[in-house]
Design a protein around this ligand. Structure first.
Ligand SMILES: [Zn+2]
Length: 318
């Protein structure tokens, strides 16, 4: 038996096959070239990676006990579909149906989940006390998850945690979601990369490489990148303040490329906390860097599957 996580991000498709205890058996990455607005070529790449993983799994004599498709985009509906993705220029896309059209071996129990929830759950398992946690990340857009008393808050429309769309700036730039002045419009990766002069690198080398370069420049104190980051970090800290008053977290975990910049966000956030000036210790909220970086969602998918299967061994005989 085996667990499969198939992940789609802004640059590539990653397939990870593991044992039931989460030990890696095979990992395949393939760049998809990001043809804007066209799901079909990207589904072809996903199906190619999936097919190779399933072939290898069969050759090992391992049947799938669990399969999660992870997508760096919001997911909603029944059955679940990708609602939109700005990095790929998508509207609604039924990824599971598209994969099934290309490979009939996609099992009926395959699930589709957004990366941010899985990444938050993975980071949560590494914390000593993360039962009340806000997870905020940026790589492909800005996303997150709110965890209250150990559980991810889904919301009435399963859209809770769309933290990139907290409207911050009155009368600000129109966002793709229809609101004005969302966090994404002042601190989203496209906005920051363009302002830092890295739009060309984004086009030529992809999002991951461009964000690596940006982070390096900020940490090295390069003036243009630093100025852009200073402005964005103020907005990120403000969004965290707003969220904190709604959720009252114990810890805030910053993921994606913000993990390496967590300190600069944490300083701004702490400076504005209520009663901070009076040093009220029990109001302390820790702002920490995520520890799993780019693999957080993949680990979240695999660890979640492992825990489900071990918690209900009857599923293993599916
Ligand atoms: Zn928005």
């Amino acid at each position: 038996m085996a667990i499969l996580a198939l992940q789609l991000d802004a640059d590539q498709v990653t397939g990870l096959l593991t044992t039931l205890t989460g030990e890696p058996l095979l990992r395949i990455n393939e760049h998809h070239g990001r043809p804007m607005g066209r799901p079909e070529p990207i589904l072809d790449v996903m199906a190619s990676v999936l097919g190779r993983i399933l072939d290898a799994s069969e050759a090992m004599g391992r049947r799938l006990a669990d399969m999660t498709v992870v997508v760096f985009a919001p997911v909603g509906g029944h059955p679940p579909v990708v609602i939109a993705d700005t990095d790929l220029g998508w509207g609604t896309v039924d990824l599971l149906a598209g994969l099934r059209q290309r490979d009939s071996r996609v099992p009926p129990f395959a699930r589709l989940l957004p990366d941010s929830i899985l990444a938050a759950q993975a980071e949560l398992t590494l914390l000593e006390d993360g039962r009340d946690m806000i997870y905020l990340k940026s790589n492909s857009g800005i996303g997150g998850a709110v965890i209250v008393d150990g559980a991810v808050v889904a919301g009435a429309h399963e859209l809770a945690g769309a933290l990139g769309h907290i409207p911050l700036v009155p009368g600000g730039v129109l966002c793709g979601c229809g609101q004005r002045g969302c966090l994404d419009t002042v601190a989203g990766p496209d906005v920051i990369l363009r302002a830092a002069g890295l739009a060309g690198l984004l086009e030529s080398d992809g999002l991951t490489a461009a964000l690596d370069e940006l982070t390096g420049r900020i940490l090295a104190g390069e003036p243009r990148a630093s100025a852009v980051w200073d402005a964005a970090a103020e907005w990120i800290a403000r969004a965290l303040q707003i969220l904190s008053m709604a959720v009252d977290p114990k810890v805030i975990v910053l993921g994606g490329y913000w993990a390496r910049l967590a300190e600069s966000i944490g300083i701004r956030y702490a400076a504005s906390r209520p009663l901070a000036a009076m040093g009220v210790a029990w109001l302390q909220v820790d702002v920490v860097a995520g520890r799993l970086e780019g693999d957080a969602a993949l680990f979240g998918a695999v660890w979640g599957a492992r825990d489900r299967l071990l918690g209900d061994p009857l599923q293993i005989s599916i």
